[in-house]
Design a protein around this ligand. Sequence first.
Ligand code: ATP
Length: 219
Amino acid sequence: MARIGLLGGTFNPPHVGHLVCAQEAHERLGLDRVLLLPARTPPHKAVPEDPGPEVRLALCERAVAGDERFAVSDLELRREGPSYTVDTLRALHEHRPGDELTFIVGADMALSLLSLATWREPGEVLRLARLAVAARDGARSEEIAAAVAPFHDGTRLDRFEMPRLDVSSTLIRRRVAEGRPVRWLVPDAVAAEIAARGLYRPGAVAPGHPIPTMEEHPA
Ligand code: ATP
């Protein structure tokens, strides 16, 4: 049995906040591996400036390359329609019935657990996976625990600490659009891929277009 963490998101693009969150969950919760799980169509959020799911998948693969603690799952990208957590967990469970799944929620998404009752099949979500929340402040943690309590036996919610990193994909896209550096905010391999594909610049190439040459997009 392997202990698998799942970090869902749009990853447009992946950045150090995602990777540190995955790392801390891996270490603090004793996980064998953390999978980045890029979403095709998040149920509650359109993907702004979306270069397309295949490109976001490629960026995730670049982000984790060479780090055996992490991997990328294309499960949500292969399915049509919105990616509800319960559907994803069911599919993963079928693929790897012996594994214990932990669904990781970063601090800026933690408050979404306050409305867990409105998620599709919240009891089933907690039966199929443990939930792990990157803790930020204590009071909200108690509120989150109370919101989750009706759906499990008290053993399925974990917290872990992580350093606060005020980085978002929105910030990365804005900096690239403004021609500012993103080094140290994203892995070098992700920065290289963004540059090679000419992503997030004003008038960036549409999804499906061939990768532009460096001459077309000089650094
Ligand atoms: P955007 O700016 O486009 O809304 P984002 O940076 O918030 O994107 P997502 O792909 O939506 O990134 O996030 C996926 C997961 O990673 C969520 O659980 C989120 O809480 C977590 N996460 C994102 N940024 C950070 C960060 N800086 N620190 C910790 N966790 C983060």
